[in-house]
Design a protein around this ligand. Structure first.
Ligand code: C2E
Ligand code: CA
Ligand code: CA
Length: 739
C-alpha cells in the first residue's frame, strides 16, 4: 500500500516535471519567435529608415553645396573686377536665379556688409561688421585664417528668421602676395533649405526627425531643426558634411507594431505554454486515472471477496485466512485460541413471516451485537445465511470460552424490534479449541460445525465443545448421507407394518407402516439410524413418497386378498408435510395406484403441525376432503394447546409412548392420559395409545376409554405377509383380551 502511494507520488511528480518542461518549451518558443519576428521587423524598419535618412541627408547636402557654390561664383567675379562688383544687384539676381535655394547674397569687403541682394527686409544688416560681431567673429576669422568657405549658424537673423550663412573669404593680389579683401556670402534660410527635402511629407506619414550640429564653441549637439514630435524608438542617424562642421540628421518612426502587441504576443506565448502544459498533464494523467480506477475496482473486489456485503463482517474466506494465521501463531507461541460457530435457531421463521428485508435487518443487528461483545482483536465473521463465527484469538481457559459463549447466546436472545414487533431468536454455538482439536482451518471449521449441531440437537440455545465422539458421529452421519442416495436408487427400503387394535373388542383396526432399510453392508436398519439424517438433508421427501406409494400398493393388494379393508397409516415427516407438492403428489399416487383414499391414514407429529398452524389447517383440510384419515402422532410431547387442537381437522390423536411406558406406576401420567382422552372425546377425536407393552397398560387404557391400542403386546412391526395368516396376530390379541 505504502509503496503503491510512493510510486503514485513519483508518477505525479514526473507528470508535473514533464508538464513544466512543456510549458517552458512552448512558452519559450513563443517568446523567442515573437522576439525574432520583432527583431526582423525592427531590422527592416532600420533598413528603411536608413534609406530614407540617407536620401534626406543627400538632398540637404546637395542643396547646401549648390547654395554655397554661389559664394564661389561671386568670389570669382570679385577677383575679376579687383574689388567691388559693379551693378551687384543685377549680377546677384542672375546668380540667385541659376543657383536657387539661397535667400540672399552679400558682399562684405573688410568684413563689413555692404551689399545685400535682395535688400528688401534685410536693410538692418547693412553696415554690420562681421569681424566684430561676437557670435560670428570666430567663424569669420576661421574662414580668413584657413582661407576657405565656412558655414555659420544656424542663427536668428537680425532681420528675422533662422538661417545659415556660407562665407567665402576672397583674397586679391598675386598668388603668395595676396591680401584679404572681404567675404562673399550667401544666406540660406533654413526653411528654404529644408523645403527641398521630403522631411515635411515624411512627418505627416509619422516619421520624426531631428537635425543637429556640433556647436563649434561648446562641442555640444545643437538642435537645428526637428519634427513636432521628438524622435524615439528605432532611429537612424547620418552625418551631413558641411563646411567646418558636421550636421547630423536623425530619423525615427514609431514601430508600426505597438509595444502592447509585442506584449500580447508574449502573453499569448505564455498562455499557449500553459495550455500545452495543461493538456500534457491531462493526457499524462489518464493512465494514472486508469490505474486509480483499477486500484479502486481491485479494492472493491477485495471487499467483495473478503467481506460479507450485508453485515460488513469478514466472510468465510477471510475467516479461513485469519484462522490459518492464528493456528500458526498458537503453535508457535503455545497459547490457545477458540473458534465458535453460531447458527441462529429458527431464523427461517423470521424470513418466512416478515420477509427477507426484515431478516436482513435482524442479521445486521445481531452482527453488531456480536462485534460489541468480543475484543477488537477477535474476529467475527458471517459464514452465510444465519451462520456466524467468532474467532477468539486468546482463549485462556475453557471456562473463559464458555463464559463468552454464554454471553453471545444471551446477547443474541435479546429482543430485536422489527416492524413494530419484538423478535427473539436464539442461537446454538459449537466450539472447537485451537490447537487441541485440529491444525488446519478446514478441520477446525468442521469441528465447530459438528459441535454446533450437537448443541442444536441438545435442544438449541446452548453451546457444546467439540469432542472426538461427536466427530465419530458426524462421520457416521456423513456415511449415512452418502448411502441414502444409493438406497433410494437401489430400492433398499422395506416397510413393516404394526397393527392397531380396537381396544373395545380387540379387532384389527388398521396398520402403521414403518420403514426399514435393508442396507447392503449391514443388517436391517431402523428409522432412528437414518430418518433424522434424511430429514436434515431433505432426502426424506423422496423416501416419504416411496413409503406412501408402497403403502398404497399394500392397500391395493390386501383389498383384493381380503374383504376386510384395514386402513394403512404412513408417517409424514416435517419436511414432507411442508413440501408444496404434497397434496398434488398424494392425489397422484392415490389415483395411479388406484386405491380408495379412505384406506389411507396419515400421521403427523404435533410439533410438525405447530410450526405454522394456518398452513397445517389448510393442508389437513385438503387431505381430509380427499377422505384420508388424520392422526396426530406423539401427542403430548409438543406444546400444542388443546384449544388449537379444536381448529385442526383431526380424526385421531396418538398418545406418545412416554406416557404409556410408566402408566402403571406414574399417577401423574395416569392423570394426563385420562384427561387427554376425555378432552379428545369431547372434541370428537378418537384416541390411540402407542407402545403398549404390558397387559396392565392395556387394561388401564381400556378403563380410561382409549379407543385404539398399538404396541409390542399385540405385535411388533412385521412384513405385511406376516398378517396374511390370521393366527400370528389373533394369538397375541387373545392374550391382550384376557388381561
Ligand atoms: P413413531 O411414528 O412413533 O412409530 C412408533 C415407533 O414405536 C416405531 O419405531 C415402533 O417400532 C415403535 N414401537 C411400537 N410399539 C412399541 C412398543 O410396544 N414398545 C417400544 N419400545 N416401541 C414400540 P420405529 O419403527 O423404529 O420408528 C421410529 C420412528 O421413526 C417412528 O416413530 C417415526 O417417527 C419414524 N418413522 C418410521 N417410519 C417412518 C416413515 O416411513 N416415514 C417417516 N417420516 N418416519 C418414519
Ligand atoms: Ca407414527
Ligand atoms: Ca409415535
Amino acid at each position: 500500500m505504502q509503496s503503491h502511494s510512493r510510486s503514485n507520488k513519483l508518477l505525479q511528480m514526473n507528470r508535473y516535471v514533464i508538464s513544466a518542461l512543456m510549458f517552458v518549451l512552448v512558452a519559450g518558443l513563443g517568446v523567442y519567435w515573437s522576439h525574432i519576428s520583432q527583431r526582423a521587423i525592427d531590422n527592416e524598419q532600420r533598413l528603411l529608415m536608413n534609406e530614407i535618412v540617407n536620401a534626406q541627408a543627400a538632398t540637404i547636402e546637395r542643396r547646401l553645396a549648390q547654395a554655397l557654390s554661389s559664394t564661389r561664383i561671386m568670389a570669382v567675379e570679385v577677383k575679376q573686377q579687383q574689388g567691388m562688383i559693379d551693378d551687384f544687384d543685377s549680377y546677384a539676381a542672375e546668380v540667385l536665379l541659376s543657383v536657387g535655394g539661397v535667400s540672399n547674397l552679400q558682399l562684405a569687403p573688410g568684413g563689413i556688409i555692404e551689399k545685400i541682394y535682395p535688400l528688401k527686409g534685410n536693410e538692418t544688416a547693412l553696415g554690420h561688421n562681421i569681424l566684430k560681431d561676437d557670435s560670428r567673429r570666430q567663424e569669420a576669422r576661421l574662414a580668413i585664417e584657413e582661407r576657405r568657405l565656412t558655414l555659420a549658424g544656424p542663427f536668428e537673423l537680425i532681420q528675422g528668421g533662422v538661417a545659415v550663412i556660407g562665407r567665402n573669404p576672397v583674397f586679391l593680389g598675386p598668388p603668395g602676395d595676396d591680401a584679404f579683401w572681404g567675404f562673399t556670402s550667401a544666406l540660406i534660410f533654413l526653411d528654404d533649405l529644408l523645403a527641398v527635402t521630403e522631411l515635411n511629407q515624411l512627418q505627416s506619414k509619422g516619421y520624426r526627425y531631428q537635425l543637429t550640429r556640433n556647436h563649434p564653441d561648446t562641442g555640444q549637439p545643437d538642435l537645428i531643426s526637428a519634427s513636432e514630435k521628438p524622435v524615439s524608438g528605432i532611429q537612424q542617424a547620418i552625418n551631413i558634411k558641411v563646411p567646418n562642421a558636421v550636421w547630423t540628421l536623425t530619423m525615427s518612426r514609431p514601430a508600426p507594431r505597438a509595444d502592447w502587441m509585442t506584449g500580447l504576443a508574449y502573453l499569448v506565448s505564455l498562455l499557449a505554454g500553459l495550455l500545452t502544459a495543461w493538456i500534457v498533464s491531462f493526457v499524462l494523467q489518464q493512465p494514472e486515472k486508469l490505474k486509480e480506477i483499477v486500484r479502486q475496482k481491485t479494492a472493491e473486489l477485495e471487499e467483495l471477496a473478503f467481506y460479507d456485503h450485508l453485515t460488513g463482517l469478514a466472510n468465510r474466506r477471510l475467516l479461513i485466512e485469519q484462522l490459518t494465521q492464528v493456528i500458526r501463531q498458537s503453535a508457535r507461541d503455545k497459547h490457545a485460541a477458540a473458534l465458535l460457530y453460531l447458527d441462529l435457531d429458527d431464523f427461517k421463521r423470521v424470513n418466512d413471516s416478515l420477509g427477507h428485508e426484515a431478516g436482513d435487518r435482524l442479521l445486521k443487528n445481531i452482527s453488531d451485537r456480536l462485534t460489541s461483545i468480543v475484543r477488537e482483536s477477535d474476529i467475527v465473521a458471517r459464514l452465510g445465511g444465519d451462520e456466524f463465527a467468532v474467532l477468539l484469538i486468546d482463549a485462556k481457559s475453557l471456562r473463559d470460552v464458555s463464559r463468552i459463549a454464554e454471553k453471545l447466546i444471551e446477547q443474541i436472545e435479546k429482543p430485536v424490534p422489527l416492524d413494530n414487533k419484538e423478535f427473539i431468536v436464539s442461537t446454538s454455538v459449537g466450539i472447537t479449541m485451537i490447537p487441541t482439536d485440529g491444525h488446519d482451518a478446514t478441520t477446525l471449521l468442521s469441528n465447530a460445525d459438528i459441535a454446533m449441531y450437537a448443541a442444536k440437537r441438545a435442544g438449541k440455545r446452548n453451546f457444546r465443545f467439540f469432542d472426538q465422539a461427536m466427530q465419530t458421529k458426524a462421520l457416521e452421519k456423513m456415511q449415512v448421507e452418502e448411502d441414502l442416495i444409493v438406497a433410494i436408487s437401489q430400492n433398499q427400503f422395506v416397510l413393516h407394518y404394526q397393527p392397531l387394535l380396537n381396544l373395545s373388542d380387540n379387532s384389527l383396526c388398521s396398520f402403521e407402516a414403518l420403514i426399514r432399510w435393508q442396507h447392503s453392508e449391514s443388517s436391517l436398519l431402523y428409522p432412528d439410524k437414518f430418518i433424522s439424517i434424511a430429514e436434515e438433508t431433505g432426502k426424506i421427501v423422496d423416501i416419504g413418497y416411496w413409503v406412501i406409494r408402497e403403502a398404497c400398493k399394500t392397500i391395493k393388494a390386501r383389498a383384493v386378498d381380503h374383504d376386510k379393508r384395514q386402513r394403512i397409516a404412513v408417517n409424514l415427516s416435517p419436511r414432507q408435510f411442508n413440501d408444496p407438492d404434497l397434496l398434488v403428489n398424494i392425489r397422484d399416487i392415490v389415483r395411479s395406484e388406484n386405491i380408495d383414499a379412505r384406506s389411507l391414514e396419515i400421521e403427523v407429529t404435533e410439533s410438525t403441525l405447530m410450526k405454522d398452524i394456518s398452513v397445517a389447517i389448510e393442508v389437513l383440510s385438503e387431505l381430509k376432503s380427499m377422505g384420508i384419515t388424520i392422526t396426530i402422532d406423539d401427542f403430548g410431547t409438543g406444546y400444542s394447546s388443546l384449544a388449537i387442537l379444536k381448529q385442526l381437522p383431526v380424526d385421531k390423536l396418538k398418545i406418545d409412548r412416554s406416557f404409556v411406558m410408566d402408566l402403571e406406576s406414574d399417577r401423574n401420567d395416569q392423570e394426563i392420559v385420562r384427561g387427554l382422552i376425555a378432552i379428545a372425546h369431547t372434541l370428537k377425536i378418537k384416541v390411540v395409545a402407542e407402545g403398549i407393552e404390558t397387559k396392565a397398560q392395556c387394561r388401564l387404557l381400556r378403563e380410561y376409554g382409549c379407543d385404539f391400542g398399538q404396541g409390542f403386546l399385540f405385535s411388533k412391526p412385521l412384513p405385511i405377509q406376516a398378517f396374511q395368516t390370521k393366527q400370528v396376530f389373533s394369538v397375541k390379541s387373545e392374550v391382550a383380551t384376557q388381561s
